[in-house]
Ligand binder design. Structure first.
Ligand SMILES: *Cc1c(COP(=O)(O)O)cnc(C)c1O
Length: 366
C-alpha cells in the first residue's frame, strides 16, 4: 500500500452520525447555528484564546483577518516570509498589499526578527509571520518591533493548532492568529479555519466580512463576502476535537521513532524543539546536506517514491520563485532558498506504523 505524506484523522462513522443527527431534525445546516456555536465554545476553551471566528477554510480566514484590521483600506507593505505555503502571500496580495520578503532563521525556518527592521519603510503596515511546521516564531522580538513601529501582527498559525508557548495558547500572540482545519492538518473539520483574537470590535468586522456585510438587520452595513463554516463541518470539528490528544500522542510516537533513527546522522539536520513549547508534531522536516550525507534531497525523494512512499518537498520552491511572484519583488532571502532546496517532509500521521517509519528510515539511510 502506498504511503502518502499525510492521512487525515477521522472519527468513527457512527460518532459523526450521532453528531450530525440533530441537524437532520432542525434543518439548520449553516449560518452560525447551534453546532457552530458549540464548536466555537469548545475551540476557545481548548486553544485558550479570548475570541474566535470560524471560517470555511484557513485561507479565507487569513484574507478576511487582514481586511478586518483595516489594512486593505490602508494599503501598503507587509513584511512576511518566502518560506511558507502560497496561501499566506496570496492573502496579502489579494488584499492589494505588497509582500516584502524577509529571510528566515536557519535552525527553525521562521522569520528572522533581526532582519525585519531593515525592511520597514513608511509604507509598512503589518508583519505576517508563519509558525512553520509548528516551530514557534520569536513572538517577543516580533511584538517589540511591531510596537516600536506601530505595526499590526497577524500570525499564520495554520501549522500550530494546540501548541502552547510558556503555557500560553499560541493564538494569544499578535493582533490575530489564523488556524487551518484543512483535512491535512493535525486537526481538521474537512475544510475549515479560524481566527483567534482579543478585540471584541474585531469580531463584528470578521462577522460582516464572512456574511455579506449583514449584521442581523434589514440593512447591509458593509461589502462582505461569504466564508462561513457550516454545521456539518463544525460537527466534524467537535468529533475530531474529542480525540485531539490521542491524535497528537500517536504522532509523537512516530516523531520519537524518526528522531531515534535520524538524529546525529552526518549531513541530516532536524528541527530542534524549543524547551518552552508544547508541540503538536505537525510535520517532520529533514534537511539533507548532500555533501556530508552523500545523497541529495531529490535523490532521497526519488528513492522513497520508487518504494511507493511519497514524501513532500514542502516548502519548495520558495514563494518568490513561483511564476506568480517571481521577479516582482526585491528579494534577499538566501537562507529561505537554501532550505527550500534541501528540505523534505516525511510521512507523518496518526496511523503510520513504527514498522513503516523504520522502512522509511532504512531507505533514507541505505
Ligand atoms: C494550510 C495552510 C494555509 C491555508 O489553509 P486552508 O485551510 O487550506 O485554506 C495557509 N498557510 C499555511 C502555512 C498552511 O499550511
Amino acid at each position: 500500500m502506498s504511503i502518502l505524506v499525510t492521512r487525515p484523522s477521522m472519527p468513527l462513522a457512527e460518532e459523526y452520525m450521532e453528531e450530525i443527527r440533530p441537524i437532520f431534525e432542525s434543518h439548520w445546516m449553516t449560518n452560525m447555528g447551534p453546532v457552530y456555536k458549540k464548536f466555537q465554545k469548545q475551540l476557545i476553551s481548548f486553544l485558550q484564546v479570548p475570541e474566535m471566528s470560524l471560517f470555511v477554510n484557513g485561507h479565507m480566514a487569513l484574507e478576511m483577518a487582514i481586511d478586518a484590521l483595516g489594512l486593505k483600506e490602508k494599503g501598503g507593505e507587509v513584511i512576511t516570509t518566502p518560506f511558507t505555503f502560497v496561501s499566506t502571500i496570496h492573502a496579502i496580495t489579494r488584499n492589494g498589499l505588497k509582500p516584502i520578503f524577509c529571510d528566515i532563521k536557519p535552525d527553525d525556518y521562521t522569520i528572522d526578527p533581526e532582519k525585519i527592521e531593515a525592511l520597514i519603510t513608511d509604507k509598512t503596515v503589518a508583519i505576517i509571520p508563519v509558525h512553520v511546521y509548528g516551530n514557534i516564531c520569536d513572538v517577543e522580538a516580533i511584538q517589540k518591533i511591531a510596537d516600536k513601529h506601530g505595526l499590526k501582527v497577524i500570525y499564520d498559525a495554520a501549522h500550530a493548532f494546540g501548541i502552547k508557548y510558556r503555557g500560553i495558547g499560541i493564538g494569544n500572540f499578535g493582533d490575530a492568529s489564523m488556524f487551518s482545519f484543512h483535512a491535512t492538518k493535525v486537526f481538521n473539520t474537512i475544510e475549515g479555519g479560524g481566527i483567534a483574537f482579543k478585540d471584541k470590535a474585531y469580531a463584528s468586522k470578521l462577522h460582516e466580512l464572512k456574511n455579506f456585510g449583514i449584521h442581523g438587520t434589514d440593512d447591509v452595513l458593509s461589502i462582505g463576502g461569504n466564508a462561513k463554516l457550516d454545521e456539518f463541518r463544525a460537527a466534524m470539528g467537535i468529533c475530531n476535537l474529542r480525540h485531539i490528544e490521542q491524535y497528537i500522542a500517536a504522532r509523537k510516537k512516530v516523531v520519537d521513532r524518526y528522531n531515534e533513527r535520524l538524529s546525529g546522522v552526518t549531513g541530516i539536520r532536524l528541527c530542534s524543539l524549543r524547551p518552552e513549547v508544547t508541540p503538536n508534531y505537525a510535520y517532520y522536516a529533514v534537511y539533507f546536506d548532500e555533501k556530508k550525507f552523500g545523497k541529495s534531497r531529490d535523490l532521497v525523494f526519488e528513492e522513497l517514491a520508487d518504494n511507493d512512499i511519497h514524501a513532500r518537498k514542502y516548502f519548495y520552491p520558495a514563494i518568490n520563485e513561483l511564476s506568480c511572484y517571481k521577479n516582482q519583488y526585491p528579494q534577499n532571502t538566501p537562507i529561505a532558498h537554501d532550505v527550500a532546496a534541501h528540505i523534505l517532509t516525511l510521512p507523518l500521521y496518526e496511523e503510520l506504523s513504527l514498522e513503516d517509519v523504520d522502512r522509511i528510515c532504512d531507505i533514507i539511510l541505505g
